[in-house]
Ligand binder design. Structure first.
Ligand code: BES
Ligand code: MN
Ligand code: ZN
Length: 496
């Protein structure tokens, strides 16, 4: 990542490359007072010439910014009555993507021109969009020539008495965004670097930085305790598995924690049930659930939220080899339940089964697992929403609401009893595939076999963890999905 800093100010006089003001379609009647006569005239002419009417995502770049800025960018917000947090999020991302194309690194948003009842309700989603677009994965590639080395983002036009509130909002949003960046970095890292041990080291580092407790279990300990399902997935790979656990205590000692469990398959080749070659490279992202868990713990610890939170990440690599699990093998999971492994590519649910069983020792208030679990989820919801399946309606509803509020949408699928029939095995307690129909739900039904005693919800992020084409706010690669939604959920959870 580039060097990046944010400043909040009532007004700002240091030079920047570009000033940004916003205008809604209703805003023509009273243009911002900060515009001089020449700027106003140019703006009105652009409207008359049909080039800019302040529709959402329209923009006009004028090379007459004024004394401290050579440029003025006017960005449209569309219909004033239809503006939501998402409008600001997309506007922030869109503006930064424009500035990036022009290789401009110092910019100033005049926040008082963005409307909104309270400036903090504007600044939070606006900065969210800005920071989501600011991220790039540049570890292995030199930036293009002319790319600014440092980025400066000024949020100005904030009334003096609002400054403390807005500064707090900004500081919190920066912590959350850096969490998303961390999750993206982990997901984007190639699997020759990012093995289970690498994830464990990162977790250890996060714990060091924040004073959290970190527990790591290696193969010998996993074997001793009986993680039969997790080890069955790991055994084909030269890379040793790890069970990673981070514990954050921000609440009362005896209050039950929220437990997050994230799938950490550092590469999913499918194992003996090998995946087709085309697109297999994308399966370095199969630890996105685990990355989101680690990043969320890091964010929550930095924000010092008043809750207890545990993060568990089973980390393995799924590879074919002479030692790998075969289709038809039967293993005994940590719970004691036996599993018939009919497809070694349905590995996520196997490692999660043991991790969920192990995590029950924390007597969680609620348990949430996150996983890039099924291709079927992409068929059901595409790339615009994660799926949630669970056994607790209020929990499901709270996650859906947090998804809406954070812009990371989450939509429920049902877990009717009938689906459980599909994972019954002839020869073991359960089998790891449920056939073609409702693949996302039968995977969840499998997980529920190991969470029967818990208030539990499962998020399938297979369709949302990776961006193929790239768009403002989301460059090609890992999205860091669920960090923002989970932090939102946990913040609400504290205040409930
Ligand atoms: N990691 C995959 C699911 C996945 C697919 C994530 C595409 C992201 C994009 C998972 O381990 C898997 O292979 N699932 C199988 C399950 C099947 C064998 C029952 C699938 O969805 O095909
Ligand atoms: Mn798989
Ligand atoms: Zn997988």
């Amino acid at each position: 990542m580039q060097n990046f800093s944010i400043h909040t100010a009532a007004s700002w006089t240091d030079p920047v490359d570009c000033r940004i003001i916003a205008l809604s379609e209703q805003g023509w009647a009273s243009l911002p007072l900060s515009l001089d006569d020449q700027q106003t005239e140019m703006l009105r002419r652009a409207r008359e010439d049909g080039e800019f009417s302040a529709k959402a995502k329209q923009s006009l770049l004028l090379h007459c910014g004024g004394a401290n800025a050579p440029r003025l960018l006017v960005v449209g917000l569309g219909d004033h009555d239809k503006i939501t947090a998402e409008t600001y999020r997309q506007t922030g991302a869109y503006v930064v993507s424009l500035l990036r194309q022009k290789k401009l690194g110092r910019y100033l948003f005049e926040c008082d021109t963005f409307g909104g009842d309270e400036v903090s309700t504007v600044v939070d989603p606006l900065l969210d969009g800005i920071l989501m677009e600011t991220y790039r994965y540049i570890r292995y590639k030199k930036p293009e020539e002319g790319t600014p080395e440092t980025l400066l983002c000024v949020l100005s036009g904030i009334e003096e008495e609002q400054l403390p509130t807005v500064s707090a909002v900004v500081a919190q949003r920066e912590v959350i965004s850096r969490g998303v960046w961390l999750a993206r970095d982990l997901v984007n890292e190639p699997s020759n670097v990012k093995n289970p041990e690498y994830l464990a080291q990162h977790a250890w580092q996060i714990a060091e930085d924040t004073g959290m407790k970190c527990t790591l279990l290696g193969p010998a300990e996993l074997k001793r305790q009986g993680f039969g399902a997790l080890l069955a997935v790991a055994q084909g790979s030269i890379c040793e598995p790890r069970l990673i656990c981070l514990e954050y205590q921000g609440g009362a000692k005896d209050s039950a924690p929220v437990v997050l469990v994230g799938k950490g398959v550092t590469f999913d080749s499918g194992g003996i049930s090998l995946k087709p070659g085309e697109g297999m490279d994308m399966m370095k992202m199969d630890m996105a659930g685990g990355a989101a868990v680690l990043a969320t713990l890091s964010v929550v610890a930095h924000l010092k939220l008043p809750i207890n939170l545990v993060g568990v990440v089973p980390a393995v690599e799924n590879m074919p080899s002479d030692r790998a699990t075969r289709p038809g093998d039967i293993v005994t999971s940590l719970s004691g339940k036996t599993i018939e492994i009919l497809n070694t590519d349905a590995e996520g649910r196997l490692i999660l089964a043991d991790a969920l069983t192990w995590a029950a020792q924390f007597n969680p208030e609620v348990m949430i697992d996150l996983a890039t679990l099924t291709g079927a989820c992409i068929i059901a919801l595409g790339h615009h929403s994660s799926a949630v399946v669970g056994n607790d309606e209020p929990l499901i509803e709270a996650l859906r609401a947090a998804g809406d509020a954070s812009g990371e949408r989450i939509w429920p699928l049902p877990l009717y009893d009938g689906y459980r029939e599909q994972i019954k095995s002839q020869v073991a307690d359960v089998k790891n595939i449920g056939g073609r129909p409702a693949g996302t739900i039968t995977a969840a039904a499998f997980l529920n076999t190991f969470t029967e005693e818990q208030r539990w919800a499962h998020l399938d992020i297979a369709g949302t963890a990776w961006e193929e084409k790239g768009r403002p706010g989301q460059p090609v690669g890992g999205t860091g999905v669920a960090v923002r939604a989970l932090v939102e959920f946990l913040k609400k959870h504290c205040s409930a």
